[in-house]
Design a protein around this ligand. Structure first.
Ligand code: MG
Length: 401
């Protein structure tokens, strides 16, 4: 009788399943307790860089990041935090005001939903607003924070379990003269860094000089990789990669498009990493299927959050693609989401993360979250994200839903 009742009830469009099971199975203890989002609060936070930063061969300059922090509250009294922060307005097709506009569209749809149902939350967002991964990422991370707090587990445990080793932090060495870049590498060495992302691109002769000097000064146990951030034409990338020898690392995003990188891949022998060209599973499938790159840089904001990054991670693990895990910018809130995610990946498949917090002069959660310890990040051993921004440092929300 119960089975036939369930079959009939399944046809009803809006049945409350928990109430239905309670009614049909009065002696069965239903342990799932509903939790509903009842408020979404949004803050804007300026993150000035300690000093101007150039990348893509010096054609792009950055001095200030426009970050958006979100706190999602629930009727169970559990709250979660997330952050969306593009690297300025010229790096990728995203900007801070766009994230906050995205909340106007998505936040009202979240009210009443269970934040722990991450796939369902993402489907709701994707149906209502195609694209716009940066706003979805902030929401997704806040929901993971709630899922962790409500289960008493750090996010890394929910994402698959914490790997034992901390994850090396890659420096971000601004484009400059060869000597200036080597001095900057030394500054990061003094902070404990052993992985260095050296920004090249645009000037072929100078790039060869930069790479040769940096490689000649690489120390045992260090990794220096060379990131053009899309700046080279295929002709330029092929010339540079075939003019330097003896490197044991890789080149990152040499050209603008996957088609161009595929050309470079066919005519050179160093491993290549795709960063700015990876936005979706479609991109990753093409990178793997066409043999375009051996590494990818998964930036959590750019791919739409931890839920979608998890799918990319699993594809990479299944197909032997090595990963770097980063965000596009942000405070310790973003960095800590990165730390949780990166620490679920075996060390041989995750070569580094990035710590944006060390490049900005504002910290909304002093002393909390993932911090540089001997050049590495570890995810906090607290339920959820493990970071609670101080409201006194954020001021008033710019929007509440
Ligand atoms: Mg990069």
């Amino acid at each position: 009788m119960i089975v036939s009742a369930i079959r009939r009830a399944w046809l009803l469009p809006s049945i409350d399943w928990i109430e239905f099971i309670r009614f049909t199975c009065p002696n069965h203890e239903v342990k799932l307790q509903r939790m509903k989002i009842n408020r979404v609060s949004v803050w804007q936070l300026d993150l000035p860089l300690h000093k101007p930063y150039w990348l893509s061969g010096g054609r792009l300059k950055f001095e200030l990041l426009d970050s958006t922090l979100v706190r999602i509250d629930t009727d169970a009294g559990v709250s979660g935090w997330g952050e969306g922060c593009p690297w300025g307005v010229t790096y990728l097709p995203a900007f801070g005001k766009g994230i906050r506009a995205g909340f106007e569209e998505l936040a009202p749809l979240l009210i009443g939903k269970d934040p722990r149902q991450l796939d369902a939350i993402n489907r709701i967002m994707d149906l209502a607003l195609p694209g716009h991964p940066y706003v979805k990422s902030a929401i997704d991370i806040a929901c993971w924070d709630i899922a962790g707090k409500s289960s008493g587990l750090p996010i890394c445990e929910l994402l698959g379990a914490r790997e034992p080793d901390p994850v090396p932090i890659a420096s971000s060495v601004s484009t400059g003269s060869p000597r200036e870049m080597l001095d900057e590498v030394q500054r990061f060495r003094d902070l404990g860094y052993r992985v260095h992302s050296c920004k090249v691109g645009a000037d072929v002769s100078m790039d060869i000089e930069r790479i040769n000097l940096l490689a000649a000064n690489e120390r045992d146990g260090e990794i220096m990789f060379y990131d053009a951030n899309r700046a080279w034409l295929p002709r330029e990338a092929i010339t540079v990669l075939n003019s330097v020898s003896g490197l044991t690392s890789w080149f990152e995003q040499p050209c603008e498009t996957l088609d161009e990188i595929a050309q470079v891949r066919r005519r050179t022998r160093y491993p290549i990493c795709v960063d700015e060209g990876l936005h979706s599973m479609d991109d990753l499938i093409r990178i793997q299927h066409d043999g375009i790159a051996e590494l990818v840089n998964i930036k959590i904001n750019r791919v739409g959050g931890l839920t979608k990054a998890r799918r990319l991670r699993d594809f990479c693990l299944a197909t032997g693609i090595t990963m770097l895990i980063m965000d596009t910018g942000g405070s310790v809130v973003s960095d800590t989401g990165v730390a949780h995610f990166a620490q679920t990946i075996p060390a041989s498949s995750c070569l580094g993360v990035w710590s944006c917090q060390e490049m900005v002069s504002v910290d909304p959660a002093p002393g909390q979250g993932a911090r540089n310890v001997d050049g590495c990040f570890s995810a906090p051993d607290l339920p959820g994200l493990g970071v609670e921004p101080e409201l006194a440092l954020l001021g008033n929300p710019v929007a509440t839903y």
